[in-house]
Design a protein around this ligand. Sequence first.
Ligand SMILES: Nc1nc2c(ncn2[C@@H]2O[C@H](COP(=O)(O)OP(=O)(O)O)[C@@H](O)[C@H]2O)c(=O)[nH]1
Ligand SMILES: [Mg+2]
Length: 457
Amino acid sequence: MGCGASVPVDEENDPFLQDKQINDAIEQSLHLNKANSKKGVKLLLLGAGESGKSTVLKQLKVLHKGGFTQQERMQYAHIIWCDVIQSMKILIIQARKLKIQLDCDQMNSYLIPYKQCVLRSDALTQIDTGVAGGTNFLNDYILKYDEKSKMKRKLNSTGLVEALSEEAARSDAIDNDGDDGVDVEQINQLQNSYSSSNLNSQPRKELGTAETSNGSKEARYSRKDIAQAIHKLWTEDSGIKKCFERSNEFQFESSAEYYFNNVFNFADPYYVCSDLDILKGRIKTTGITETNFTIKSFQFKVLDAGGQRSERKKWIHCFDDITAVLFVLAINEYDQMLFEDERVNRMHESIILFDRLCNSKWFANTPFILFLNKTDLFEAKIKRNPLVKYFPDYMGKSDDVNEAINFFETNFLKMNRTNKPIYVHRTCATDTQSMKFVLSAVADLIIQQNLKKSGIL
Ligand SMILES: Nc1nc2c(ncn2[C@@H]2O[C@H](COP(=O)(O)OP(=O)(O)O)[C@@H](O)[C@H]2O)c(=O)[nH]1
Ligand SMILES: [Mg+2]
């Protein structure tokens, strides 16, 4: 056995080669990991309009991006101020449509002047573009109140591919009622005058006065007057409360109750919104926004897309290379109709949408996370409006929240015809404390998925 004699070993058992192979594998994984973490993980927020997608994104901003800017806080204050006026108007008008007797409509009622104040106040004239910070923001907002864009409603089951060409109008929510001075045409004219070309050149109206159509000036209500009127009607008109309880029968802001309860804050033109105000506020998302976050040292790209039918045709542009899909479902909407087509139940729309997305070839191997959102509103609603009325196959107790949520969870999970897992969370997207835990679990899951994909795990 000479010194230099080599013992022939087969390659399989060569410890050196084995070490090298392990090393190569580690290096390759590290390389992949590096490439992946450079690229970041992509989370796509999907779901029907108003389900809470943008609210989830806002929570990520609060938790991982230092929250909101001063400008955003002021913009939201203006938006909510408009929404609170608009929401009270809607309640008055809808009460009459639903034949709910309003105290403020009774002869000699002390509430009559408050009602008139609300109905004669125009939400859009309340916006101060200077404070609100720019025209783009305002144009986005006005889209929401675009009563004029009467659309041809295509009977398309989900609108995913052939989405509707225009947004549905909320025109029947704001009716023309000459007696109270509510004039839809006036609102339309005002919206036209806010077109992008002349936004900056709009002369600021003198505070306390408004020009009438014949050029004379009449007294205008101050913000304080309007806030007082809204507060009075909200707290003292029993018909308004009854109408609010039936707000599932028409299109109504989900956070209106919060706006009414805090109306005096929003009436202050210099009010700066709190985090909660912003989480409760709503600007309809149009197009797709992309926000980057660093969570647990990983780069996250979160894509938030407008959820209404007309917006869905844009979704396909961001379907590529998605690490996980977060589908947001508003479970309280089982008794509500779509904003864009009032013949379609919102839950039915979400079921069809989820089915299409979950089983689409785009996401064959993409994990799905399902947020059963708006659990707080669901809990409050289910006691007064039984689920079985809308979903006859629900066999559980009418007031058992847990059983009712299980019903939706089971039905949604059943739709999955792929092998991928679906991870479910019950959420209240406006609650930062609970969302902190949920979003942390989601981040862990996505990071793990990414590591698996890159061969590290
Ligand atoms: N009470 C309550 N309101 C919610 C919840 N999630 C979202 N909202 C409100 O629902 C409205 C629509 O939410 P948004 O995130 O804009 O919906 P999107 O259209 O899916 O982006 C906003 O006014 C939110 O404040 C929730 O869990 N509970
Ligand atoms: Mg949105």
